[in-house]
Design a protein around this ligand. Structure first.
Ligand SMILES: CC(C)(COP(=O)(O)OP(=O)(O)OC[C@H]1O[C@@H](n2cnc3c(N)ncnc32)[C@H](O)[C@@H]1OP(=O)(O)O)[C@@H](O)C(=O)NCCC(=O)NCCS
Length: 168
């Protein structure tokens, strides 16, 4: 079935609201931000449409949202279609994380809209460099103005299984 991107609506979420109890949070997000971002729906989006975030538990997802400087969700009515988040020091460096579009909505501009909204968010607006780590999305980020970095290496300290990350 063909999709109509004009039905999509994107919303920005402040991390502070993710510290509130779920019922209060949902009401305040609806009131102040135009839409809530239920963590269960985020988890389902990751399970169905990512390969790196399928095992994430609700408590840890909540923690990751609390630790993010910009969070964007895109909705088709009450269906979550796309998300993305970012961390930033506000001036020098920012990083995009977990940009995911539901499979049946891919190729309709939703990913571009999420990234552009993240880039325009106050914590990222002035960042000198914005990084994105991706396995299959190089072409996507190039279309958005990113360049593949050939002079730096990506270094990773693997700490899988630490803390509560494997809990659900
Ligand atoms: C990668 C992803 C976020 C792109 O989102 P999307 O909504 O499908 O992309 P858009 O429709 O906004 O595409 C924007 C542009 O990038 C291009 N593009 C999208 N995905 C691409 C890809 N994998 N390779 C090359 N170009 C791509 C589109 O053709 C479009 O080009 P245009 O400027 O000529 O119109 C989405 O496909 C996705 O969620 N994939 C699964 C998760 C994932 O791999 N995420 C990687 C980012 S961390």
């Amino acid at each position: 079935m063909s999709k109509d991107p004009s039905t999509l609506r994107s919303f920005s979420h402040g991390r502070w609201l993710f510290w509130l109890p779920a019922l209060v949070r949902v009401r305040l997000q609806n009131l102040l931000e135009g839409h809530s971002l239920p963590v269960g729906q985020l988890q389902q989006l990751f399970i169905n449409n990512s390969f790196w975030a399928q095992q994430r538990g609700l408590a840890d997802l909540l923690r990751s949202l609390r630790g993010s400087d910009a969070i964007v969700s895109t909705w088709d009515g009450e269906e979550l279609v796309a998300v993305g988040r970012a961390t930033s020091d506000g001036i020098y460096r920012a990083v995009l994380w977990d940009v995911v579009v539901r499979q049946d909505w891919q190729g309709q501009g939703a990913g571009r809209a999420v990234v552009n909204r993240l880039l325009a968010a106050p914590p990222l607006r002035c960042a000198e460099r914005v990084y994105a780590m991706t396995t299959h999305g190089v072409g996507f980020y190039e279309r958005l103005g990113f360049q593949e970095e050939r002079h730096q290496h990506l270094m990773v300290l693997r700490r899988d299984g630490w803390g509560t990350r494997s809990s659900g």
